[in-house]
Design a protein around this ligand. Structure first.
Ligand SMILES: [Zn+2]
Length: 252
């Protein structure tokens, strides 16, 4: 780490839990962010300004004017342009040293697994169950920590699936196939609620990467933005889970 970097990250390095070692770990780490919407944009921005070294950004969508209230890396001149390209340009301005790779399509199967294997932490910032199950499956197979969040209306939830550690639950332990889809396209969302949850995803990723504090592994945190209240639910691994259970095949 050079003098300029020491100055830039001085307030983080000052934290005894982080120190130069923790900051270096961030600089050497790669985070895969799937979904560059209301969750993915604030989390990516905080990861960039905090000094994360490498990003892989995955999204197949283009910027729409209805995205702008909460998708904070885009502006009105960029409607119709690929989100990953606009996000990469913004993040590169936020941190010129970051290495940013973009994938402008939806990944699945072995292609998704190969990209997940290259990451130290994966952020699920998507808005549909099909993607969530596929990302979970790949993270279980690759044993890469998954920071998972969802937002709708004025509510949010977040947890961390540490399948790199023994006996941790996975997303499929929590949700069965065929759950009802309820997206912000249909139900609406208040912009800062996405900002709160996306920012928490960045915090959890940084903690895992730098080895700081206690992450949300085994705990589901629920946010009620209307009342500004938090609730926490303990999560356990389902031994019969078809993805991570005792007799499950873990290759997607
Ligand atoms: Zn499971």
């Amino acid at each position: 780490m050079n003098d300029r970097q020491l100055l830039r990250y001085a307030r983080q390095i000052l934290l005894p839990e982080v120190g130069i070692e923790g900051q270096k770990r961030l600089q050497d780490a790669c985070v895969l962010i799937i979904g560059l919407g209301g969750l993915g944009t604030p989390s990516a921005l905080y990861l960039a300004t905090s000094g994360l070294g490498r990003f892989i950004l995955v999204d197949d969508d283009t910027v729409d004017i209805a995205n702008l209230p909460r998708q904070i890396l885009y502006d009105a001149t960029q409607t119709g342009q690929p989100k990953v390209a606009c996000a990469a340009a913004f993040l590169q301005r936020a941190n010129e040293a970051a290495h940013i790779e973009t994938i402008n399509r939806r990944l699945s199967g072995n292609e998704l697994l190969a990209v997940v294997r290259r990451a130290n932490v994966v952020l699920d910032a998507t808005d549909n169950f099909e993607s969530r199950f596929a990302i979970n499956h790949a993270c279980v197979a690759a044993r890469v920590p998954l920071v998972s969040s969802a937002v709708i209306r004025m509510e949010g939830q977040i947890t961390v699936f540490r399948r790199d550690l023994p006996d941790a639950p996975c997303y499929r332990c929590l949700y069965a196939d065929g759950v009802d889809e309820d997206t912000c396209v249909h139900s609406g969302i208040l912009a800062p609620v996405a900002g709160v949850m996306g920012t928490l995803q960045a915090l959890e990723a940084i903690k895992i990467l730098a080895g700081v504090g206690v992450d949300l592994g085994g705990r589901l945190l629920l946010f009620d933005g209307a009342r500004t209240q938090w609730r926490e639910i303990a999560l356990r691994r389902d031994p019969h889970c078809p993805v991570c259970g005792d007799t499950a095949a873990t290759v997607p």
